[in-house]
Design a protein around this ligand. Structure first.
Ligand code: ITT
Ligand code: NA
Length: 192
């Protein structure tokens, strides 16, 4: 099917397009003339993913999927979690978010964290969700220039480089988003 990827985040589109490698046609919000910001008011990652996809399905009547991602830091009781984008304020400033996270982790022994992605797909009016989780550690200073968001301060378990030190294919092979997209692809390939 042709699917609208309901996101305002160009980095997400880049990663997902590369992983799909032409298997499915994606349309952007611009392609359907959706200019407004999608509502994101729920207290959970899954809830926000569903809210974004449901909004686009209800207002534009298209098959679509959205995804919501959060970074859950154990020593901070799971924060920033669903608030990852606006952790340091409404500006969605990656640098400010990382600085605040490192400041809040100062002196904490436990640096364990995970990225969690939930994809919400609405296909033929039916909702399906797919989750991916990447466990890892928050390091003390930023490393690498690839990726986006909190990538420069996160080293996935079993690796010695941050997501920002990996190229897109390497990141997607192990990342939260990569796992969720792989489940989405498997599901779509089962449909006729
Ligand atoms: P949408 O339009 O899809 O909602 P968004 O950028 O607002 O795009 P989220 O609401 O999912 O995305 O916010 C996710 C936050 O987590 C945001 O601060 C991102 O920079 C960060 N983030 C998301 N995916 C990430 C990844 O793969 N690596 C590092 N940080 C990521
Ligand atoms: Na968002």
């Amino acid at each position: 099917p042709t699917l609208v990827f309901a996101t305002g985040n160009a980095n997400k589109i880049k990663e997902v397009e590369q992983q799909l490698n032409g298997q499915f046609e994606l349309l952007s919000l611009k392609d359907i003339n959706c200019e407004e910001e999608l509502p994101e008011t729920r207290p959970t990652i899954e809830g926000n993913a569903l809210e974004k996809a449901t909004y686009v399905h209800e207002h534009y009547n298209v098959d679509c999927f959205s995804e919501d991602t959060g970074l859950e830091v154990d020593a901070l009781g799971g924060e920033p979690g669903v608030y990852s984008a606006r952790y340091a304020g409404p500006a969605h400033d990656d640098e400010a978010n990382m600085s605040l996270l490192l400041a809040n982790l100062k002196g904490k022994e436990d640096r364990s964290a995970r990225f969690r992605t939930v994809i919400a797909l609405i296909l033929n009016g039916q909702v399906h969700t797919f989750e991916g989780v990447a466990e890892g550690q928050i390091i003390h200073r930023k490393k690498g220039n690839n990726g986006f968001g909190y990538d420069p301060i996160f080293i996935p378990d079993g690796h010695d480089r941050t997501f920002a030190q990996m190229d897109t294919a390497e990141k997607s092979a192990i990342s939260h988003r990569g796992q969720a997209v792989a489940k989405l692809v498997a599901f779509l390939n089962e449909q006729d």
